[in-house]
Design a protein around this ligand. Structure first.
Ligand SMILES: CC(C)(COP(=O)(O)OP(=O)(O)OC[C@H]1O[C@@H](n2cnc3c(N)ncnc32)[C@H](O)[C@@H]1OP(=O)(O)O)[C@@H](O)C(=O)NCCC(=O)NCCS
Length: 215
């Protein structure tokens, strides 16, 4: 279901507590968890005109998310904006510009800064993250280890992220950058450049007159 300004008001929606979590952690998580119906435009740092988030969606810490005008977020987005993990506190900030379109099954993991500038188009099943689960201790389960320090991510104005692509921490995609389907982006994408593959590398770039092969 999609509603104008997207967010159905007044639904109660049970707050899930996952097995295996301590009551304290579960209570803390419940404070920040939004299941469908548990967030409204007023919960966000800002929520622009004519924007909507289709449900189901999971939005954590909406107060740390700014959404511009005419933003469309298709079903099953998971905006994982996290202030606390295993006792570490973060100051996350997710900024989504005007006229941004975010496809189905998007995941954004943010404990630092993720910026999606105006007019970005994101296809289905895309992951954007400014951190990863840490693995410095080889003997402790990964889920019990701290997150890696965040590295800011910026998707430049007018850029495109193809279906199934992944944008990792520290990456800046330049204006009108083009990330091909299935690409895993580990390094910056220059403006007006097409990157593809895993790890993604340039395949074409605009030379001022025409698209030039980079291979
Ligand atoms: C990037 C894309 C547009 C192709 O662009 P193109 O200019 O037609 O590229 P070409 O077909 O000329 O390919 C150039 C080279 O890149 C390779 N390539 C193209 N797309 C690739 C991809 N997604 N992954 C890996 N390699 C790719 C080609 O095999 C070719 O390699 P070669 O030079 O060794 O033969 C297309 O692959 C793509 O990703 N489309 C987006 C699909 C999508 O996300 N749709 C959802 C819309 S909401």
């Amino acid at each position: 279901m999609i509603s104008p300004r997207g967010l159905p008001q007044g639904e109660s929606g049970a707050r899930a507590i996952e097995p295996g979590r301590s009551p304290e952690t579960a209570a803390k998580e419940a404070e920040t968890r939004s299941t469908p119906g548990q967030f409204s435009p007023d919960d966000f740092a800002s929520f622009g005109a004519r924007s909507w988030i289709a449900i189901p969606a999971v939005v954590k810490c909406p107060g740390r998310i700014s959404i511009g005008d005419d933003v469309e977020v298709f079903p099953r987005a998971w905006l994982s904006v996290v202030e606390e993990h295993l006792g570490s506190r973060y100051e996350p900030r997710l900024t989504i510009g005007n006229r941004v379109k975010l496809g189905h099954d998007l995941v954004i993991a943010c404990i630092g800064e993720v910026v999606i500038e105006d007019d970005v188009l994101v296809s289905d099943r895309v992951f954007i993250g400014d951190t990863s689960h840490g693995f410095s201790d080889p003997d402790t389960p990964i889920h019990a280890q701290p997150m890696m320090p965040p590295r800011p991510v910026r998707i430049g104005r007018g850029a495109f992220l193809g279906v199934g692509s992944i944008v990792l921490g520290g990456v800046q995609v330049g204006p009108n950058g083009y990330v091909a389907a299935g690409a895993v982006v580990t390094k910056d994408v220059p403006a007006r450049t097409v990157v593809a593959g895993n790890p993604a590398t340039p395949i074409k770039a605009w030379n001022g007159r025409a698209w030039e092969s980079q291979r």
